[in-house]
Unconditional design. Sequence first.
Length: 386
Amino acid sequence: MSQLPAPSPDALAHSRQVHEAIANTVVAEGGFLSFARYMEMALYAPGLGYYAAGARKFGAAGDFVTAPEMTPLFGQALAAQIAQVMALSARTVIEVGAGSGRLAADLLLAFEQLGCLPDSYAILDLSPDLRERQRETIAAAAPHLLSRVVWLDRLPETFSGVVVANELLDALPAHLVVWDEDVIRERGVALDADGRFTWNERPATGALLAAAREIADETGTGGAYLSEISLAARAWSAEWGKILQQGMLLLIDYGFPRHEFYHPQRRQGTLMCHYRHHAHPDPFYLPGLQDLTVHVDFTAIIAAAHGAGLDLLGYTNQGQFLLNCGVLDHLARIPADTADYFRASAATAKLTMPHEMGELFKVIAISRGIDEALIGFSRGDQSRRL
């Protein structure tokens, strides 16, 4: 990994702390730790994990750039869809995993322009560092709207309105599974003789084995097939069946329907790591300093939600969704032949073009008590593919 930027001495010391905490857990678990548990600790361990410690993650100074960081047009387009559902349910919004707070600020300003400010805009984010950054971002961009924002420590018991999650599901812990002829094994984390992380495998059991058996026919034959199963993402989606009274979950992430996710040609899975704007495949590199992600199996998400009593209202790629929601109309309002226009135009192209983020990222709407067709899926709905 010599081609990656070197961490500062303080960052390296922090990563060693994370390594030690996870290594101690491997020992306590008898020498084998599920990758889902490793991923959970590396990302979310209080005070240590990537999302729970103080390093900057988003934007040019961080490790990756999300859609809201690229242009406010993303939030302006989303606002049209959210406004439609708020009018059909309740004028409340929860954003889960709000990152830097950029999307929250852009949405609030867009709602103000549309004349449909929510009575409450709640953010669910457990990182104290990110909460403070979100507060600063909103205070700088929309100080007069900050009083409408509240921060939650947990999911509500009941809720009506709109739940927004942009690039949340890909960062929920996932198990690694190996299908090899008639044998299904779980790949997890062990320690070598020098105390470094290494891979180990054991027979899959319980809910993981049951889920892996459902997928086995998709993986094809011809040797071992490695991929991911996120039981956490399924559980998160199903939990809203107990909570959502009326309204919509609007989930935006990169991934595939199951028949594409577990395609025979995708034999090494989708696990990817992000460090200082470099993508690489080694999850053991500098734990606590890099993001770990897996693509989303959208078929599993809707199956879990539907099993909990929720409905699928739409599924399409991000490019089509943004076009349906009028992103080009928002772009046209920026004076042409200006630097702002050229920046916004380039960002819009990246968000919508199939060879950029437009096809890889998907948008899925899951609901209860909403019967009206949604504007974001008026063209190009691919629900039948799930």
